[in-house]
Design a protein around this ligand. Structure first.
Ligand code: C5P
Length: 205
């Protein structure tokens, strides 16, 4: 059983994917973390994230980098969205994601192109969305909890810029698969969003 969970930043797709993995007893891969690791590695190499060759070289990041807390920062998220534009970067990360999806027993993957490119044959596809305002507000509260100094306005501007890049890139843009179930979490509480996702997966089986 493969479950594909796609959607923009701060839509709630990570929370939903983790909850689905726990509910159905499946392993979970947050594919955004791979792109974040590439973005971070470019910086560590002193390279330019907009340069395809530098970004491709950074795909050879060590596995230990995946545990770096810096990967979760907004700055690294921005870098990830820049390196993810380059087709050679997307190809370099393809096999790893594909192998995870095909492991025996199934898997839950979340990202931007799981239902369209990585696992188009997925048994259940969810596209999680929410308004920019709702997503910015959520990210704002999250960062405040972590004790980070941020402005709501700066977060909303950054989210909109990332959306624009992710939706308009030529290779594997962020778009709902034709057969995906759309869940808008703008006005849902966490538990409600998770319940809707579980119901959608049950209905797809
Ligand atoms: O989901 P997350 O915010 O961690 O992803 C960071 C960035 O990585 C996204 O803005 C997107 O540009 C890129 N990404 C992608 N394809 C995926 C997952 C993430 O292009 N499957």
């Amino acid at each position: 059983m493969i479950i594909a969970v796609d959607g923009p930043t701060a839509s709630g797709k990570g929370t939903i994917a983790r909850a689905l993995a726990a509910h159905f007893g499946l392993p979970h891969l947050d594919t955004g973390l791979l792109y974040r690791a590439v973005g971070r590695q470019v910086m560590l190499n002193g390279g330019d994230p907009d340069d395809a060759e530098a970004a491709l070289a950074a795909c050879a990041f060590p596995d230990s980098l995946l545990d770096d807390p810096e990967l979760r920062s907004e700055a690294t998220g921005g870098l990830a969205s820049r390196v993810s534009i380059h087709p050679p970067v997307r190809s370099a990360l393809y096999e790893r994601q594909r192998a995870f999806a095909l492991q025996q027993g199934g898997a839950v993957l979340d990202g931007r192109d799981i239902g369209t490119v990585i696992a188009p044959e997925a048994d259940a596809k969810l596209f999680i969305d929410a308004s920019v305002e709702a997503r910015a507000q959520r990210r704002f509260l999250e960062m405040q909890d972590q004790g980070r100094e941020v402005s709501l306005e700066a977060i909303a501007t950054d989210l909109a810029a990332r959306d624009e890049r992710d939706r308009n890139r030529a290779d594997s843009p962020l778009v709902a698969a034709n057969d995906a179930v759309l869940i808008d979490t703008s006005s849902l509480r966490r538990e409600e969003a998770i319940a809707a996702a579980i119901a959608a997966v049950d209905a797809a089986m």
